[in-house]
Design a protein around this ligand. Structure first.
Ligand code: SF4
Length: 504
């Protein structure tokens, strides 16, 4: 028997029928998204790890769906015949050709079972729907599993890692039985409609909109919005840049018939960013406000450029830390002391499983004397708040850390650049890498072994688990090289823009 739909495919259909159809028929149109892959990998690792917190559980290891169904039935038949019941992990059930694998089925007194859908992040409405799909399939599957409770298991934020393999208490199980059962009728009709969608000969027509981002950012976004510049095209609205709902709606008004923003009247555009984009659409190679030049020129020296690498694993890496806590484990700091002076560089990386924050905070305050501004890309949302939290871990320097945090927030270059600069090649992406690729003569990330923040998180987890060796040293060098580029590139971009303004 073929199983056309899994739980995640049903969820895709719920978000957008076109998404489900594309996932089945043209999956290659969705580029690999490292962040989503990291989230999936973390979910798998967390789901595997929490099994040790149940005593004497049974894992249905079989990956093949048919064989997993047979193995699951074998266990539940044994339980029905009087064998002592145990927690079952990855049990398989089917209904109308839909297959689900259940993270945990936990025996409850009275012969009933609790379904636990395990998630590695905070509780979301889509998690309840996930659990509801599983429960409905179990109920309709004709097996002897009497569910009396439907729950979501998420990381317990108060759990403190002691360094021991014993992680009892890391799972916070939240009863969502009523909410999950309320969704049964809607899920039944979703199954019918999804089964109809998968057999459609052509892709269903669905316009882009707010649903493309909720509950998950859709991987087909670039396909559906065609945000990539095509040869011969001047400019296409990067709808994802304008993705806050009211703005999206304005742009979407013009998308179906007129993709080219240049054709849109200025009076129909409301925000500064939309107007900037129209300028670009009208043929300008980039949009650069002189206000940006003024801002860049008037910043006092020394100028500090800071970047953290962080980890927020649901399985804490450091003793004394909690699941999902955002912990900085590395920083790079470039200091630009005068227009033509060589750059100074300071860096830190945590090398053991001791909470890195006190040592990192100490190294940071030793490197910054705060006579000049601190610039961190997106520092208003990232470096500022993270530095603020370091005060509790290095109280003797709390005043300095607070000043650094304030400076990161006040001088966040992203805010200025967003307001005053746009290059079509950025296609709506305001990340440093996107800007660097758009305006620098060479790509500073080219040739790095670690190329992005997700690589850095994964690489660091591997690094921490390694014994001292030349491979570990090399990985440390790779991590430092990546973080170092994330700060030096801010200065490269800064200087390049100044030169662009200086050119006639
Ligand atoms: S980008 Fe939007 S319209 Fe396109 S498949 Fe995804 S959710 Fe559907």
């Amino acid at each position: 028997m073929a199983f056309p739909l899994s739980k995640s495919k049903l969820q895709s259909h719920h978000q957008c029928p076109k998404k489900l159809w594309l996932e089945i028929n043209q999956p290659n149109l969705a580029p690999i998204n490292e962040v989503q892959q990291l989230i999936l990998d973390r979910g798998t690792a967390f789901g595997d790890a929490i099994r040790s917190t149940f005593s004497d559980g049974v894992l249905i290891e079989e990956k093949n769906s048919q064989k997993a169904l047979i193995e699951t039935a074998k266990w539940f038949n044994l339980f029905a015949s009087g064998e002592p019941r145990k927690p079952v992990f990855e049990a398989a059930f089917t209904y109308k050709g839909i297959i689900v694998r259940v993270d945990v089925l936990n025996p409850l007194p009275g012969g009933t079972w609790e379904l636990i859908e395990v998630k590695s992040g905070s509780l979301k409405p889509s998690h309840v729907r996930d659990a509801s799909i599983q429960a409905l399939v179990i109920e309709m599957s004709g097996t002897f599993v009497n569910l009396s409770k439907i729950s979501i298991g998420i990381p317990e934020s108060t759990f403190t890692f002691t360094g021991s393999a014993n992680i009892a208490g890391i799972l916070n199980v939240i009863d969502k039985t009523l909410e999950a059962k309320e969704l049964f009728t809607e899920i039944e009709s979703c199954i019918e409609s999804a089964l109809n969608t998968v057999v459609l000969p052509t892709v269903p027509e669905v316009s882009t909109g707010a649903h493309c981002k909720t509950p998950h950012a859709c991987g087909f976004a670039s396909h559906c919005t065609n945000t990539k510049l095509q040869p011969g095209e001047t400019f296409i609205v990067p709808v994802w840049h304008l993705s806050k709902d009211p703005l999206t709606k304005i742009v979407q008004k013009f998308l179906p018939k007129k993709r080219d923003l240049a054709a849109v009247s200025k009076s129909d555009l409301e925000t500064a960013i939309q107007l900037q984009m129209r300028e670009v659409a009208c043929g300008k190679p980039y949009y650069l406000e002189s206000a940006l030049q003024v801002f860049l020129n008037e910043q006092p020296f020394p100028r500090y450029f800071l970047d953290y690498e962080t980890n927020n694993s649901p399985l804490p890496l450091w003793v004394g830390t909690h699941p999902g806590e955002v912990i900085p484990f590395q920083f790079s700091l470039h200091v630009w002391t005068a227009p033509d002076a060589p750059l100074q560089h300071h860096e830190f990386i945590a090398t053991t499983n001791v909470d890195p924050r006190p040592a990192l905070a100490k190294a940071l305050v030793e490197a910054i004397n705060l006579v000049g501004p601190v610039f961190a890309w997106n520092g208003n949302s990232t470096e500022g708040p993270i530095t603020e939290k370091l005060c509790a871990h290095y109280p003797s320097a709390a005043a300095t850390l607070r000043q650094i945090a304030d400076s990161c927030r006040e001088n966040d270059p992203l805010r200025k650049f967003r307001q005053w600069m746009y290059f079509p090649k950025m296609a709506g992406d305001w990340g440093l890498k996107s800007i660097a690729k758009s305006i620098l003569p060479t790509n500073p990330y080219f040739g790095l072994a670690i190329k992005n923040g997700v690589d850095a998180m994964k690489g660091y987890e591997k690094y921490l688990a390694m014994l001292p060796s030349s491979n570990r040293d090399q990985l440390e060098a790779d991590l430092k090289a990546y973080c170092g580029v994330d700060t030096s590139v801010m200065i490269d971009i800064w200087k390049t823009i100044q030169r662009m303004h200086a050119s006639p």
